[in-house]
Design a protein around this ligand. Structure first.
Ligand code: AMP
Length: 243
C-alpha cells in the first residue's frame, strides 16, 4: 500500500488596524506523516524570520492527500541571465515572453502589476493576448499549492527549489503560455520567466534592492478552462522528481 501523504501549507501576515493585513510569507509542502513535524518547524522558521516584517498571524494547515492522486513531473531546466541593469533585465524578460506569444499589452499589464503591487499573496492569471485578468481573487490571487519535491535535491538553495517546483507545476498545464515572477522580498532581486519549452530562466536584477513589490503572473491561452485550471493549480498534488 502507498504511504499516506500530507499537504502542509503556511501563511503569515502582519495585521495593522489602520492599514489592514500585510502579506509576509507563504509556503507549500508535501510530506509523509513522519515529515509533518520537521516541515512545520521549517515553515514556522520561514514565517518568523522574514525580511518583509514581523508576522503576528501564522496559519499552518495540514491535510491528508490520497497518494494515488499525486502527479509526478520533472523540473524545468534552469538557465540564468545576468543583466547590467533593471531596464536591461526587464527588456530581456519581455523579449523572451514576446517570443512565446505574449502580447505587448499583456506584458504591460503584468509588469505594471508586479512593479506596483506590494501585497499580492498569489498569482494573477492573464489572457496572454488581451492582458485581461481572468481570476477574480484580488490581492489574494491564486496560490499554487500541494507541491513539493519527491526527494531532497541538494543542487539548489531553498528559494530556488520552491520556485522551480512551482514553475514546473504551472508550466505542465496545457493552458499555460508562460509565467513571470519576481519576489516581493526586499532583499531578493532575481526573478524568472518560464514555460515548458524554454524552461526556467532566472533573470537578475528585475527590481531594486529594498523594494517590496513583486508577484507572479500566469499568461494563459484563449482556450483556458478557468475553473479546472485553478483547481489544478490549487488542489492537484504534484511531486517533482528527475526522470
Ligand atoms: P516569493 O517567490 O515567495 O517571494 O513570492 C513572490 C510572489 O509570488 C508573492 O508575492 C506572491 O504574489 C506570489 N506567490 C508566492 N507563492 C505563490 C504560490 N504558491 N502560488 C502563486 N503565487 C505565489
Amino acid at each position: 500500500m502507498l504511504k499516506a501523504c500530507y499537504s502542509i501549507r503556511m501563511r503569515a501576515a502582519e495585521r495593522n488596524p489602520e492599514l489592514g493585513e500585510k502579506h509576509i510569507s507563504g509556503g507549500e509542502r508535501i510530506g509523509s506523516k513522519s515529515q509533518i513535524e520537521p516541515i512545520v518547524k521549517q515553515l514556522l522558521n520561514k514565517a518568523s524570520n522574514h525580511s518583509r516584517g514581523d508576522a503576528d498571524f501564522i496559519q499552518i494547515t495540514v491535510e491528508k492527500i490520497a497518494p494515488d492522486q499525486i502527479q509526478y513531473m520533472p523540473p524545468l531546466e534552469i538557465t540564468t541571465v545576468e543583466a547590467t541593469s533593471i531596464e536591461k533585465a526587464h527588456s530581456e524578460a519581455r523579449k523572451i515572453l514576446t517570443s512565446l506569444g505574449v502580447s505587448e499589452h499583456a506584458l504591460n499589464v503584468a509588469f505594471h502589476q508586479l512593479s506596483s503591487n506590494q501585497n499580492l499573496r498569489g498569482a494573477i492569471i492573464l489572457n496572454s493576448k488581451t492582458g485581461i485578468r481572468l481570476d477574480d481573487r484580488g490581492q489574494k490571487g491564486v496560490r499554487v499549492s500541494r507541491i513539493d519535491w519527491q526527494d531532497a535535491d541538494g543542487d539548489f538553495n531553498e528559494r530556488v527549489r520552491e520556485a522551480l517546483a512551482l514553475a514546473s507545476k504551472v508550466a505542465n498545464s496545457p493552458f499555460t503560455i508562460a509565467e513571470l515572477c519576481w519576489s516581493d522580498d526586499p532583499d531578493y532581486v532575481t526573478g524568472y520567466v518560464s514555460n515548458r519549452d524554454i524552461g526556467y530562466v532566472r533573470i537578475t536584477p528585475l527590481k531594486r534592492e529594498g523594494c517590496e513589490s513583486g508577484g507572479r503572473a500566469f499568461f494563459v491561452s484563449d482556450e483556458v478552462e478557468l475553473d479546472s485550471y485553478i483547481d489544478y493549480l490549487e488542489s492537484v498534488p504534484v511531486l517533482i522528481r528527475r526522470d
